[in-house]
Design a protein around this ligand. Structure first.
Ligand SMILES: Cc1cc2nc3c(=O)[nH]c(=O)nc-3n(C[C@H](O)[C@H](O)[C@H](O)COP(=O)(O)OP(=O)(O)OC[C@H]3O[C@@H](n4cnc5c(N)ncnc54)[C@H](O)[C@@H]3O)c2cc1C
Length: 463
């Protein structure tokens, strides 16, 4: 049955002191409301535990991100947008930035807060495995002052936590000591965004390369949706730390992870599926850890960048925004072969408008700079057309004329994979393709763009 709003009281004192005093006067009577994205769902379902709400939304004491030498202090009232757009978080705590970019849609990210996510205590919450892996600590506040405790152990059972009724979460502290770690974050759901996860993982790992192979020095693996609370896989970590990564270790880690979790059947998935996926995600993490060349290699960083950063970074390789979006959504990629295969498949599945958008991101043949082109795409275009620029004036004039004729006939610029081709060679191709009908030419141009993207991906991977 729908709730009647007249039965509810909402106050908004506007400062932290007054809010905690109100909570202390009658503990448990007032329910804090931050972004309200969980509370409003409960309200609509007539399931709110209290009819008295006190707003903590936008309290200056809760909505700040402070960068200290030893740690980053994220106010509990920081929204997902605040988190995902914060430069230091995106760089040093990429798994948290990434989780923020997965949480609901943009409207939800502008409103939902990290404090609300912790207290809502869903086992499927996206940000919590990252907090476990990063050894986050919480600062709780009440009229009695502040107390600080590790986030690990804060959730003691399904929707149960070590928060006294008159306390608020004030700050989430993230220690700045994971710069040498490889990180792997992944959400498995029906879709990447706007879906509650079936299983999610946030894992950090550091390896040492020795003559015997790659030895795991340290791992920290957080998983969600596989138990009543988000879990740190301590037993799995224990059995892999100090060992050389090989197939048998990965198999053992997969089995240990499956034994450590307690998934359930629910409307989103089955316990059996969740166990298999959790095991696979742990194995995937260790495989990536074994393969990574260095913590700062492009694929490792890109695999774990927030979605919008990852899209922006790979976009110049192709020029189609939908291609970049799909590629970012298909992460992580194990190696170059997996990345380039996915690129081909994604490209072939795009529609005509996406292809044409990619074409329009190139300069004309004979012009190595496009109006509004990015630094990397301009540099690549110059390299691709190196042989063309060596040509004499007569060939340049012929190319310009050919370009004009092509644009007049097909209504877009001529696309050819120019790498290693001289101006006369390109002119010959251009003249041949001018005889194509519209459909044949569109597919021929798309094939050329596919080849250009492959070459650019290789350069991009080399950094
Ligand atoms: C459409 C939609 C999509 C969503 N998608 C996702 C998703 O993909 N992943 C995901 O993890 N979640 C998702 N959520 C859930 C929700 O957005 C998050 O849990 C969000 O972080 C809650 O924050 P909030 O500020 O809105 O909390 P509120 O709804 O205001 O509060 C939630 C709980 O936290 C308490 N609380 C809030 N702040 C504090 C504080 N500082 N101290 C103590 N208690 C506090 C409140 O009393 C309440 O019990 C989704 C929700 C919706 C509606």
């Amino acid at each position: 049955m729908r709730s009647d709003p007249r039965e509810y009281e909402l106050v908004a004192p506007g400062n932290l002191r007054t809010v905690v005093e109100l909570l202390a006067r009658s503990p448990g009577e007032w329910l804090p409301i931050a972004g309200g994205t969980d509370i409003m769902v409960q309200y609509a379902a007539g399931k709110l535990p209290s009819r008295k709400l006190v707003s903590v939304w936008n309290l200056p004491e809760l909505r700040s991100i402070e960068v200290l030498p030893e740690e980053i202090r994220v106010g509990a009232g920081s929204t997902y947008t605040d988190i995902r757009e914060h430069e230091v978080i995106a760089r040093e705590f990429s798994m948290l930035a990434r989780a923020a970019s997965w949480t609901g849609g943009i409207a939800n990210q502008n409103r939902g807060t990290i404090g609300g996510n912790i207290v809502n205590a869903s086992p499927a919450a996206d940000s919590l495995p990252a907090l476990l892996a990063y050894d986050a600590e919480l600062i709780l506040v009440s009229v009695r002052g502040e107390r600080r405790l590790p986030y690990a152990g804060f959730h003691t059972g399904y929707k149960k936590m070590r928060l006294i009724p008159d306390e608020l979460i004030q700050t989430i502290c993230l220690p700045r000591r994971f710069s040498g770690y490889f990180f792997h974050a992944r959400k498995v759901g029906s879709r990447n965004a706007q879906a509650i996860s079936k299983v999610c993982i946030a894992a950090l790992g550091r390896v040492a390369v020795t003559a015997a192979g790659k030895t795991i020095e340290d791992t920290r693996i957080g998983v969600g949706s596989v138990a009543p609370v988000p879990l740190r896989l301590r037993e799995t970590e224990r059995i892999v730390n100090g060992k050389i990564i090989d197939e048998s270790l990965i198999r053992l880690a997969r089995n240990t992870a499956i034994a450590e979790i307690k998934p359930i059947d629910d409307i989103r998935s089955t316990a059996k599926y969740r166990a298999a996926v959790a095991g696979n995600l742990v194995a995937e993490f260790l495989n990536l850890l074994a393969d990574t060349k260095g913590m700062n290699s492009v694929p490792a960083r890109w695999n774990n960048a927030p979605d919008d950063t990852a899209e922006a970074q790979i976009l110049p390789c192709c020029g189609s925004k939908r291609w970049a979006h799909e590629m970012a959504a298909r992460r992580p990629f194990k190696d170059e072969a997996a990345l380039t295969a996915a690129s081909d498949e994604t490209w072939r599945n795009l529609n005509e408008a996406d292809w044409i958008e990619a074409f329009s991101n190139h300069p004309r043949i004979g012009e190595s700079k496009r109006q509004g082109g990015t630094q990397s795409s301009d540099a690549w275009s110059r390299q691709e057309q190196e042989k063309v620029t060596e040509t004499g004036n007569a060939a340049k004039i012929a190319l310009a004329e050919g370009n004009r004729a092509y644009e007049e006939k097909f209504g877009r610029i001529f696309i050819v994979c120019a790498s290693g081709k001289s101006a006369p060679e390109i002119l010959e191709i251009l003249n041949r393709r001018l005889r194509n009908d519209a459909t044949t030419e569109l597919h021929e141009a798309a094939e050329q763009q596919r080849q250009i993207t492959q070459l650019r991906l290789k350069k991009w991977l080399q950094g």
